[in-house]
Design a binder for this molecule. Structure first.
Ligand code: ATP
Length: 236
C-alpha cells in the first residue's frame, strides 16, 4: 500500500544549522502517527516542508505519492494543517474565513458555505459562526484552527501541538474529535511534547532529535526500550 508520507534522506539547512539531517520515514495510510522531540528538534521545519512553506535542501518528500515541491498544488489539496500559530485574518467572522480558504482550494462558494457549517459543527463552535476570530476564547481558537484544517476534507491532517497549553477538559474534547476523524480514515500526523498524548492517540511514534530520527516504534515499545531520558526531556 502507498504511504501517506514517504520521506527519503530529507535535509534542510538554515546556514550552519542542520534543522533536518537526513530523515527517512514512512507513515502508513490511515495511521495515527506521532512526531515527538524536544524544542528545536526540527518538527516544525519538517511540517513546513510537507505543506510547501519551506523548501527542502535535499532528499525526497512525498504525500500520497505527490512530490511536495514538484506537485505542490496536488499535495496542498490533500493536506490539512492546524499550525501552532493563529495565522488567520483575525478581524473576519470565522465562517467567512473558512469559505475564503475553501475558495482558495477551488471549492465553489455554495459548497464551501455548506462545508464551513459542517466543520464548525464537527468541532463544536457552530454557534460562533458569525463571530470574528479575535473575539473567540483561546480554546475556541484551537477548535477553529482544527475546523480550518478540515475545510478541504484532507486525506492527511497535520496537527502541530494541537493541545499545548489547553486545559484538561478541552484536551480530551479535542482528542475525541481527532480520534473520530482517524476512525473515518483520515491519516493523522501529530506533533506533541506530551508523552501521554502520544500514548493515548498514536499507533506509532517517531522520536526526532537534532534533525535526526532516533527511533520509530509504538508508544508502548518506546517505554519498554527505555528511551525514558528522551521522554523526560519531552515532559518539560
Ligand atoms: P519547537 O518544539 O520549539 O517548535 P521544533 O522541533 O519545531 O521546535 P524547528 O522550529 O523546526 O524545531 O527548528 C529546528 C532548528 O532549525 C532549530 O535549531 C531552529 O533554531 C532552526 N530554525 C528554524 N527555522 C529557522 C529559520 N527560519 N532560520 C534559521 N534557523 C531556523
Amino acid at each position: 500500500m502507498e504511504s501517506a508520507i514517504e520521506i527519503r534522506d530529507l535535509t534542510k539547512s538554515y546556514g550552519e544549522v542542520h534543522a533536518l539531517d537526513g530523515i527517512d520515514l514512512d507513515v502508513p495510510q490511515g495511521s495515527f502517527f506521532g512526531l515527538l522531540g524536544p524544542n528545536g528538534a526540527g518538527k516544525t521545519t519538517f511540517i513546513n516542508i510537507l505543506v510547501g512553506l519551506v523548501r527542502k535542501s535535499g532528499g525526497d518528500a512525498r504525500v500520497f505519492g505527490y512530490d511536495v515541491e514538484d506537485d505542490y498544488r496536488e499535495a496542498r489539496d490533500v493536506i490539512g494543517l492546524a499550525p501552532q500559530e493563529h495565522n488567520v485574518d483575525r478581524f473576519f467572522p470565522i465562517h467567512e474565513i473558512l469559505v475564503h480558504k475553501a475558495g482558495y482550494h477551488g471549492i465553489p462558494e455554495s459548497e464551501a458555505k455548506a462545508r464551513a457549517d459542517e466543520v464548525l459543527k464537527r468541532v463544536g463552535i457552530y454557534d460562533k459562526r458569525d463571530t470574528r476570530f479575535d473575539w473567540l476564547s483561546g480554546g475556541m481558537k484551537r477548535r477553529f484552527m482544527l475546523a480550518r484544517a478540515l475545510i478541504t476534507d484532507p486525506d492527511l491532517l497535520i496537527l502541530d501541538e494541537p493541545t499545548a497549553g489547553v486545559d484538561v477538559q478541552l484536551r480530551h474534547e479535542l482528542w475525541e474529535t481527532i480520534i473520530d476523524l482517524n476512525e473515518r480514515g483520515t491519516t493523522i500526523l501529530l506533533t506533541t511534547h506530551y508523552i501521554e498524548e502520544a500514548e493515548r492517540l498514536c499507533d506509532e511514534v517517531a522520536i526526532l532529535d537534532s534533525g535526526r530520527i532516533l527511533e520509530v516504534a509504538s508508544p508502548d515499545e518506546l517505554m519498554d526500550r527505555g528511551t525514558d531520558d528522551i521522554v523526560i526531556q519531552l515532559r518539560d
